[in-house]
Design a protein around this ligand. Sequence first.
Ligand code: MSP
Length: 531
Amino acid sequence: MADPKAFYLTTPIYYVNDAPHIGHAYTTTAGDVATRWRRQRGEDVWFLTGVDEHGTKVQRAADAAGVAPQDWVDRLVSQAWRPVLETIDAANDDFIRTTEPRHRERVQRFWEVVRDNGYVYSAEYVGPYCVGCEEFKLSGDLVEGSGEFEGQLVCPVHGRPAEELQETNWFFRLSAFSDRLLAHYEEHPDAVQPRSAYNEVVSFIRQGLVDISMSRSSVAWGIPLSWDPAQVTYVWFDALLNYATAVGYGAEPGTRDAELFASVWPPDVNLVGKDILRFHAVYWPAMLMAAGLEPPRRVFAHGWLLVGGEKMSKSKLTGIAPEQIIGTFGSDAFRYYFLRAIAFGQDGSFSWEDMHARYTAELANGLGNLASRATAMVVRYRDGSLPAAHDLTDAEHRIIAALERTVEVADPAFCDLDFSTGIVAVKEFIDLVNLYVTEQEPWVLAKDDQHAGRLDVVLATVCESLRAIAVLYNPLMPKAMGELWDQLGAGGQLGPIADQRIADVARWGQLPPGTRVTKGEALFPRIEEVE
Ligand code: MSP
């Protein structure tokens, strides 16, 4: 039986201590492509993203700017975090802010349930805390520092010493969940991906879990505990719950929110960067088990965008704003480049040169050129009316068979978040069709009326191929593929591009003869110079 549950995918919620950089946009883009692909398969989808507004890191950023934390987050969210979604062309279904009442109330309710279930107790925490990570560090987490921190232990991500804390907090009895988590992961070996992340998580749990503070007594900017309002919820134990609160956890039965929760839970994918794997693959499922909820089906940890071999970050002043790249190349090329050039799950470096080279070779010369040649020829040789194709030869049958294989590779790849494999499968089909055009030489066929029938076949074959390419790349590059759909005149015949189904894409001959083809703007205009 088909799964009646909606495909539910989340991104991490991003700290609003600063504006977004391309590392944040990378995760959201991946989530957007994955969910658009699922929609295009005809699945019900819920795609959630949002922002993490509490904690010391955000509070200190607001203090440094001399504004109240609420004013600080309001300003950054409206001026930077919401607009970036439009910049990268994300089609999220919801956007959660952790300062919203729906979140605050449900977080409080959640921890009451966990406390009632016996998993919360009061104790003293003494130990290191990294504000950059907002994390209580364990022995073994810190590494030898260098430079000004030579001889000290530092956070491996932020390169600086952690702060020493001593405070009386409420603790979450994480240690009670070691065996259940191990059993869960044994039973669901795909619940953490890629495999290296799974292995890391399982070996971390095997070392034995220690209880962890779920509240902070020395922090003011957060969600107060309902039973001890002098303390706020530890920011991670507030933030992780966004995945549940945003879809209606704890809503009154019978309400729309309660229905939403029933239709999406558990998340199919919690998409995260590898820096926050432990929170998502250890603490988060344990919290859910403690509250009697099902853990996520899959936590996928992707790699980092690196600058000079290190994780790109605003705090190290290496962050590049998405607008910088999108201003030059456009959102489609941005989406294409990062998912094509870096195997999802591995680290990768961004360079303007590489971006420009791939843009030129694969988008401007590859797909863009194929589309402009095809539409220009239909306009020029057939007055913009798509011809009927009779008597296909082996050359056309090879294209038809190649399209079937393309879908067979691309569909599981995109479903599996293996974007580069999916993208390359379509790219190879584009290369094949470009080669077909070169070999068939329609410009030569056009010179002799005797070859009119053959020219019809070639033009129809290329346009039909482009119809399929537009659909397959629509989740990745919605703006350009929408434009291509218009140029092919496909909308009037087949309906909106987003309604085309992946399962039907390889069915040949969907664009009927007589379809009005127009030559529009270049899909990927040439870009001569980059910074
Ligand atoms: N607020 C927490 C997450 C809470 S989720 C319940 C947080 N926020 S963050 O702003 O630091 O962003 C974390 C996410 O942004 C990473 O997990 C990753 O998805 C993305 N990235 C931030 N920098 C990145 C790179 N340099 N490269 C790739 N992704 C990066 O942690």
